[in-house]
Design a protein around this ligand. Structure first.
Ligand code: ADP
Ligand code: MG
Length: 391
């Protein structure tokens, strides 16, 4: 008999960065990706590809790309093709084209000098390094929204056109973009847009039954047998389905509930553990996100939270948010940042899913952006921010 010290067989299988060997309900999309990139292992160098994956949070965009990357590099290796899959998260790079390119180039040449180049020069250097190493690359730009938000679309344009300057040389750089907000595509030039829209893989929200399949797979590898009853499982799937078919939420909930079970010395994860986990999972996700923000992002968000708390409204206009931020800056003795910078904060916070933005319908004051707080109570957010800001 094993002692019930833990319900977990292997917790790491629930880690957000873990890439399982199969993805229930994404088989078709994985096939599609393989088809789009088949040339890379059959006739590399002859062409390149640009593909876009889109879908809401927790629909498996990142994990799909990662699993595809693992599979295709394995196939390439077996065929003796020097194909690299490089996955860069644009938000982690603060949307900076320079930082993104730097990560890619460091993948191929770890000693590449970190200073003294412009982004365009880095891009040329990258092409040169690929030529020298006779390497092919599928570059995944995850959370592409951040790059477009920070730098507009010119950079994406130059990246998609990089081979056009020298059509005679071997084609080495393919792109796989991951984007949440497809309306950003409308800001692209029409030819880049049409290429990308042709090769668009749309991931829909998971249904409850699909979430059940995904969870069952994870439970088999992460938990000891008979520690998660079907009733408990059903509760998680139900909860995650109502949170917008978000598999990330489902897995986080499962993990956290397991922690509560361990904490209670329970040999089984019970519905009550799920309920407790459910109460804590969103705020906790946000807290991590919130503490990593820059000072002025925090100040801005604090303004937003307070305004929501005072007004009880569902939406704030960008102008109202700016005013609220100005008041907070005064209180904290900080000089306030300009409109353009605030706009970037809004993009960033929205990419982090802390706030949600949408364009207003055209009203008296013209079109503006409306901000809402879908996942966290304003009071909770204010408390959290005041704590990290040390007030
Ligand atoms: P996104 O990038 O769309 O926000 P992720 O790819 O990060 O979503 O997926 C969120 C979590 O759900 C990850 O832990 C991922 O491994 C898991 N996941 C998503 N889809 C599936 C699936 N079809 N099968 C197994 N796990 C999945
Ligand atoms: Mg992702």
């Amino acid at each position: 008999m094993r002692s019930y010290s833990s319900v977990f067989r292997d917790e790491s299988k629930l880690d957000i960065n873990y890439v399982p060997s199969r993805l229930p309900h994404r088989e078709q999309q994985l096939n599609l990706l393989n088809q789009f990139f088949r040339f890379a292992t059959e006739s590399p160098g002859k062409m390149t590809q640009r593909v876009l994956i889109t879908g809401k949070i927790g629909t498996g965009k990142t994990v799909l790309a990662q699993l595809f990357g693992q599979t295709i590099t394995k196939t390439a290796q077996q065929k003796g093709i020097n194909l690299h899959y490089v996955h860069v998260n644009c938000r982690e790079c603060k949307g900076s084209f320079f930082m993104i390119l730097q990560r890619v180039i460091l993948h191929f040449s770890p000693n590449f000098p970190r200073r003294g180049y412009s982004a365009q020069e880095l891009l040329q250097a990258l092409m040169q390094v690929l030529d020298e190493q006779r390497a092919y690359v599928i570059l995944t730009m995850d959370e592409l929204d951040a790059l477009i938000g920070a730098e507009g679309t010119d950079t994406l344009y130059s990246l998609t056109r990089v081979h056009e300057d020298h059509t005679t040389v071997t084609q080495r750089l393919s792109l796989l973009g991951i984007i949440r907000d497809t309306s950003l595509l409308n800001t692209l030039d029409s030819s880049t847009r049409s290429t990308l829209q042709h090769n668009l893989i749309q991931l829909d929200e998971y249904s409850k039954t699909q979430l059940l399949d995904i969870l069952n797979d994870r439970i088999a590898s992460a938990f000891y047998d008979n520690t998660v009853s079907s009733q408990t499982l059903d509760l998680i799937a139900e909860d995650a389905a109502s949170e917008g078919g978000d598999a990330r939420f489902a897995i986080e909930l499962l993990w956290r509930a397991g922690k509560y079970a361990d904490n209670d010395n329970s040999r089984e994860v019970l519905p009550e553990h799920i309920r407790r986990a459910s109460e804590s999972v969103y705020p906790v996700v946000r807290k991590d996100a919130v503490s990593a923000l820059s000072l002025h992002e925090k100040l801005f968000l604090l303004g937003v939270a307070r305004r929501f708390k005072q007004s009880g409204a569902a939406y704030l206009s960008m102008g109202e948010a700016e005013n609220a931020y100005a008041v907070v800056c005064e209180e904290y003795g900080e000089e306030k940042r300009g409109h353009t910078q605030l706009w970037k904060y809004v993009q960033e916070l929205s990419a982090l899913d802390v706030i949600k933005t949408e364009p207003s319908s055209v009203g008296l004051r013209g079109k503006t952006t409306l901000i809402s707080l879908p996942h966290v109570s304003a009071a909770e957010l204010e408390r959290e921010l005041s704590k990290t800001l040390g007030a």
